[in-house]
Design a protein around this ligand. Structure first.
Ligand SMILES: Cc1cc2nc3c(=O)[nH]c(=O)nc-3n(C[C@H](O)[C@H](O)[C@H](O)COP(=O)(O)OP(=O)(O)OC[C@H]3O[C@@H](n4cnc5c(N)ncnc54)[C@H](O)[C@@H]3O)c2cc1C
Length: 441
């Protein structure tokens, strides 16, 4: 098998970069090699922000419109609670609908909540059939003057002119390329789930609410998604997990076993299921009663557990002059800049896809175009990572009110950060007509 561009990793960043490259070049042979055998409904949800939306629009207007009409913009009740489940006075009932409406009036773009899985699936559906090769676990690559030879576990090697590493925050490609060690453990463990609304879940049907839980050093989030889906996220520092009898060995998790587990979330037959449910049920004792009830109601197979691993923003300093790739290989998404999961990991992953496709279209397929992409991205993702690190790391306070008020102490104020995110304007891809023809094949 021989391709022009091999994208390794079929998460949101890999799928979207592949779409961008296919849109950018008529007839380019692009394949996505994904370790998982299939996709399944998993993960929770995410705010698809204005910058992520603009990235979608820069690559594919139709897909952008589909996302515009899918995201939830109508949340009326955004409520904060403390660790005992008590509503927090004056913070109650902030209308997200109004905030989103004002942002739309300013930027012309709707932002809103959507399921993580739904983003992945919608981008996958926009790709030409057969673009994604499942069951391909990358193991190694070699580069010579002709191009790359990419090896996979139990599958024939693939020849490619270029490779995009979109293989997540434990990126095996990054390890081979940069040898700069694993990401750093943040001493926090996270559980995420989604399940169809049930009458006894104590929540309204539909996506009209977002409940945030702070204090007691934990953080929880509960919200609805379209299609009567309920999502929840629980994040707890390791020392509190240990108090509940749940160990988390970060070193063990940075070794290969966990890397496989991370990508196996996608496989229906390999999920962590009962173990994640059992561990989360124990740890949930530190969470408010509402969240404990939701954990009980969730089908064990729907829960995924993972530690939060990041790279600090200043780690990118060393790549400012050279770019974070080498030769015919670049990195995108979590492989390049894993951030705290406060919403911008996915949005910046989409930004990467749009900017990479534009640079390769403008400069042609070359290592220089890849370096130009990386150098453009570094200052932006550094600022994003710095802000999101501060927002995430300071959320786990004993006092719920202090946890909410932490936003006043972040490097950028909320207004500055919104401007930073929302004023971003990617260059739009040319050659959309050729792209449409390709999709029809
Ligand atoms: C199952 C899952 C659920 C998630 N749910 C949420 C959520 O609800 N909310 C949220 O904010 N964020 C969620 N995230 C994180 C979020 O998706 C990322 O921060 C962001 O989307 C960046 O995406 P990415 O494509 O760069 O990385 P990822 O989404 O991690 O995708 C990386 C892909 O690479 C594949 N891969 C890994 N190793 C190999 C290999 N050796 N060979 C081939 N392929 C490989 C993985 O299977 C995976 O599909 C989730 C991630 C995963 C994997």
């Amino acid at each position: 098998m021989s391709v022009d561009i091999a994208v390794v990793g079929g998460g949101p960043s890999g799928l979207f970069a592949a779409l961008g490259l296919i849109r950018a070049f008529d007839g380019l042979k692009v394949k996505v090699y994904e370790r998982a055998k299939n996709y399944r409904e998993c993960g929770a949800g995410i705010t698809l922000d204005v910058n992520g939306m603009k990235a979608l629009r820069a690559v594919d207007e139709e897909l952008f419109s589909r996302f515009q009409s899918t995201v939830v913009t109508s949340v009326n009740a955004m409520q904060n609670f403390d660790q005992h489940g008590k509503p927090l006075g004056q913070q109650q009932n902030i209308s997200m609908k109004d905030i989103i409406g004002k942002i739309k009036a300013k930027t012309g773009v709707s932002m809103g909540m959507i399921g993580w899985f739904d983003i992945q699936q919608m981008i996958f559906d926009a790709l030409p059939e057969g673009t994604v090769e499942f069951g391909h676990a990358f193991t190694d690559f070699k580069e010579d003057t002709e191009g790359l030879t990419i090896s996979f576990e139990d599958k024939p090697a693939v020849k490619a002119k270029y490779m995009v590493g979109a293989d997540g925050y434990f990126s095996p490609i990054r390890e081979k390329l940069l040898h700069d060690g694993p990401p750093e453990f943040t001493n926090t463990v996270m559980w995420r789930a989604r399940f169809p609304w049930k009458p006894d879940c104590g929540l309204p049907k539909g996506p009209e609410y977002v409940h945030s839980f702070f204090g007691g050093q934990m953080h929880g989030l509960v919200y609805g998604l379209p299609g009567d889906v309920v999502c929840w996220i629980l994040a707890v520092p390791v020392h509190l997990c240990e108090q509940q009898g749940v160990e988390y060995d970060a070193e063990e998790h940075t070794r290969s076993k966990h890397r496989k587990q991370i990508s196996s979330y996608q496989n229906a037959d390999e999920g962590q299921g009962a173990s994640a449910h059992q561990r989360c049920s124990k740890v949930a004792k530190v969470a408010p009663p509402q969240m404990q009830d939701l954990v009980k109601l969730t089908d064990p197979g729907a829960i995924i557990e993972h530690g939060l691993f990041v790279r600090q923003a200043n780690e990118l300093d060393k790549y400012a002059e050279t770019g974070w790739g080498k030769g015919r290989v670049t990195l995108i998404g979590d492989a390049a800049h894993p951030m705290r999961p406060t919403g911008q990991g996915l949005n910046t992953a989409l930004e990467d896809g749009a900017v990479l496709a534009w640079h390769l279209q403008q400069g042609g397929l070359s290592p220089e175009s890849m370096r130009a992409f990386e150098k453009e991205r570094i200052p932006r993702v550094q600022s994003m990572a710095e802000q999101e690190y501060a927002r995430g790391a300071t959320a786990y306070k004993e006092d719920a009110k202090a946890a909410i008020d932490r936003v006043k102490t972040l490097p950028m104020s909320e207004e500055e950060f919104n401007n930073f995110k929302h004023s971003w304007e990617p260059q739009r891809l040319a050659s959309a007509v050729a792209a449409r023809a390709l999709r029809a094949q």
